[in-house]
Design a protein around this ligand. Sequence first.
Ligand SMILES: *Cc1c(COP(=O)(O)O)cnc(C)c1O
Length: 398
Amino acid sequence: MTEVFKGNFTQQEPIPDEGIEAAMSVLRSGRLHRYNLVGEEPGEVALLEREFAEYTGARYALAVASGGYAMATALRALGVGPGDRVLTNAFTLAPVPGSIASVGAVPVFVGVTEALTIDLDDLAAKTQEADVLMLSHMRGHLADMNRLMEICDAGGVTVVEDCAHTMGAAWRGVPSGRWGRVGCYSTQTYKHMNSGEGGFLVTDDDEVMARAIMLSGSYMLYGRHGTVPPDEVFERVKYDTPNVSGRMDHLRAALLRPQLRALEGQVEKWNARYRVVEEGLRGTPGLTLPERGEQESYVGSSIQFLLLDWDGARIGEVLKRCVARGVELKWFGAAEPAGFTSRYDSWRYAPSAPMPASDRILRGIVDMRLPLTFSLEDCAQIARIIRAEVGAVYQAAS
Ligand SMILES: *Cc1c(COP(=O)(O)O)cnc(C)c1O
C-alpha cells in the first residue's frame, strides 16, 4: 500500500496557556488600547517592546499591527516617498513590493540565486538606481550579510530587512534584522510567533524610531512606549510626521510575551523537523536543495527545493501526485499565482525588465510549510512521499 500523510499543513500550535491567561486578564480589564493604562502601569505592549528590543539587541522596538505595516513605516520613517525607487528581491512575498507601493515608491527588482537569496552581483550593479534596499530574507534564506552590507555601504544604500521568516535567525551570530538600519518582523499566524496579526520594527536610530512611533499613531503619548528615543528627537519630528495608525493592542501583546520567551526552543523544534525532511530528500534525482551558508543560523519553518529546468506540466504532475497522498506543496514558480504571489512578474503595478537567470530559478521553486504540529515521524513520511513522487515523474520523463 502507498502511504498517505494525514496532517494539516496550516495547523499551528495552540497559544501557550500563559498567553491565554494573560489575554483573559486584558479582556477582563476592558483596557485593550495600548495607551489605556492606569497610573504608572507599563501595559503589555510596552513590556513586549522592551522584551523584543532586548531579544534582538536593538536600542528600540515598536510593536505594530502587521509585518507589512512595519515595512511601510520603516520606508516612511526613512523619508521614502512618491516616485522614489526602492531595490527589493525578485523572489519575495506580495507584502514586500506592496509596502514600497504603499508609500508611492517604485520597486526595482534584484535577482535570485539558486540558494534562494538575493543575487549580490545584480545588487552591486543596481546600487546607483536607489537609496534604499528593502531586503527580504524570503523563506528564511540569508544572503552573505557581510558582503551585502559592504555593497550597500559602498553604494550609499540604506538597508531595511524583512525578517518575516527569520525571527530567531542570524548571520555570523548577528541576528537578522540587526544588519540593516531597520529590521521588520511579522507575528501573523504563519510566522514564528502567532498573534493572528501583528509585527515589529527595530532600530538603533533615534530619529527613525521617533518617526516610526509618531507614524504608528501615538497621539503624542510616545512617552508611554517601551523603548523611547530622547525627548529632543520628538521635538524635531513630532509636528511634521503624520499619524498613519497601525498600533498593536494589549490583547495581542499578551499572547506574544510568553511566545517570545519560548522562541529559542521553538526554533530548535523547527530545525529538527527541517533536517529530517532535508535528509529524506537529499539525493533525489532531478531535485536540488538550496545550499545554506556556513555562517547562517536559520529557522526551518518551511522548506524549499528546486525542480530546475523541469517543464511546468511535469511540476504540476508532482504536485498533483503529492497532494493525492496528503502532501501539500506550493509551486512558487507557477505562471498564474494561486493563494500567494512570490514572483516579480506577478506584480504588474511594478513593471520590470525580464530577468532570464532568475526566471529559470523562480520557475523551479517548490515550497512546503513545516508547522510544529508535525512530529519527526510525520516529517520522515512526508519526505518519503515527495521523494517517491518526484522520482516517479522524473523517471517517466527520462
Ligand atoms: C508574511 C510576510 C510579510 C508580511 O507580514 P504580514 O504581517 O502578513 O503583513 C512580509 N514578508 C514576507 C516574506 C512574508 O512572508
